[in-house]
Each structure stands twice: as C-alpha cells, then as structure tokens.
Design a protein around this ligand. Structure first.
Ligand SMILES: [Zn+2]
Length: 121
C-alpha cells in the first residue's frame, strides 16, 4: 500500500520589529530554504510549504530555560499561554511551558515536580 509521509520541522530565530519591517532577514532565509531544498532532494524528499509566524517575546513571556536552554513560555508571567492562537497545539513540543523557581526561569522539564508549571504537575 502506497503512502505519503508528511513531516514537520520547526526552527526559530530571534529578530526585532525593525528587522521584520525592513525584511532584512528574507534573503538569508531564502538562501537557507534553497540549501534545505537541495539537501532534501539528495534524500528523495520534497520540501513543500512552510511559513514564518512572529510572536512578541514580552507579550508571551517567551525565553530560553536558564538550565537547559529550551525555548519556553514563562507561564508565571503569562498564565494564558498561547490561548486563542491557532498555532498553539503545534507548538507544545517546540515551546515548553515553564515558570520561575528560586530566582530562575525554568522550563517544565527543569522545574521541580511540585511547581505549578512543572512537567508532572
Ligand atoms: Zn529546561
């Protein structure tokens, strides 16, 4: 039985409003896509579709875990998370939940289990 396998890969980069408005990173991303397309071809994989979405770091309290570096939402500062954003379900494994513990901002994996946003809470 023939099937098609569709994969999703996420990536991210930090930018700011002036770079977004000027489109300064567009050429860099087009170059990256060209290289990725060529690499996919090498493995008989077609790269199709993709988009870039911007999230305000302060608005959503997005940052990197101070222990492991994983991308995370500081849910102590943003209890609502991505509520109302249609991408939210896809971002669960890209951007972890997290919070603050003993003066550090930690992702759900690094927070103590007893913390409100800890992995097993
Ligand atoms: Zn972590």
């Amino acid at each position: 039985m023939k099937q098609i396998a569709i994969r999703k890969k996420f990536s991210y980069f930090y930018t700011d409003s002036s770079e977004i408005e000027s489109g300064a990173f567009e050429d860099r991303l087009e170059e990256l896509d060209d290289e990725m397309r060529a690499l996919c071809k090498k493995y008989d994989v077609e790269m199709s579709g993709g988009y870039t979405t911007f999230f305000g770091l302060e608005k959503y309290a997005i940052g990197n875990c101070e222990k492991c570096g994983h991308l995370m939402l500081n849910r102590d500062k943003n209890p609502a998370g991505f509520s109302g954003n249609e991408l939210a379900a896809e971002l669960d494994y890209v951007i972890y939940d997290g919070g603050e513990s003993e003066g550090k901002v930690l992702c759900e994996e690094c927070l103590p289990f007893t913390h409100r946003w800890g992995h097993h809470s």
